[in-house]
Design a protein around this ligand. Sequence first.
Ligand SMILES: Nc1ncnc2c1ncn2[C@@H]1O[C@H](COP(=O)(O)OP(=O)(O)O)[C@@H](O)[C@H]1O
Ligand SMILES: [Mg+2]
Length: 174
Amino acid sequence: MPDIKLPNILVTGTPGVGKSHLCAKLSEDLKLKYHDISAVAKDQGFVDGHDDEYDCPILDEDKLLDYLEPIMSAGGNIVEYHSCDFFPERWFDAVFVVTCNNTILHDRLTERNYNPKKLQSNIECEIFQTILEEARDSYDEDIVFEIKGETEKDCQDSVKKVKEWYKSWKRRSN
Ligand SMILES: Nc1ncnc2c1ncn2[C@@H]1O[C@H](COP(=O)(O)OP(=O)(O)O)[C@@H](O)[C@H]1O
Ligand SMILES: [Mg+2]
């Protein structure tokens, strides 16, 4: 039987909502390779300066996309990033947007010592559901799913939801 190409999944959402926490569990359970884009950009040097105002590296998108193209074409990846509109739409079979309530998010970002401006902009990003909207604008709405990242129960439910999606994707691809 010919090898079936495995799907690519994008996990996105405001910083601190619980993407990495979920992805760690997902990559244990699913035969998919996990790429934390912030870490990839740092490790591979896909950084084009530093944004002093928001205290974060500026991503060199072109270099990152060139690097990811063969990886994504092969399939079988989980990609985590706090933005989603600059990836080619064709790369992803499903986009999971993690969301979190503001009190919890505020505590998590304070724990990370974000400066006040960065903290405020991320809280507003979550309040206005910016990433959810960005995902719905950038991908077919049928492949965009909202999941919660507040509690361990949420994480378990999300793992279940992604696994169910994965199973149904496999059925459809057979
Ligand atoms: N579902 C969850 N339940 C409880 N704590 C969580 C959950 N998701 C994340 N956390 C905690 O919140 C913090 C930020 O989570 P993280 O996964 O790093 O967020 P992100 O990758 O979206 O920036 C971490 O300390 C993590 O342990
Ligand atoms: Mg993360």
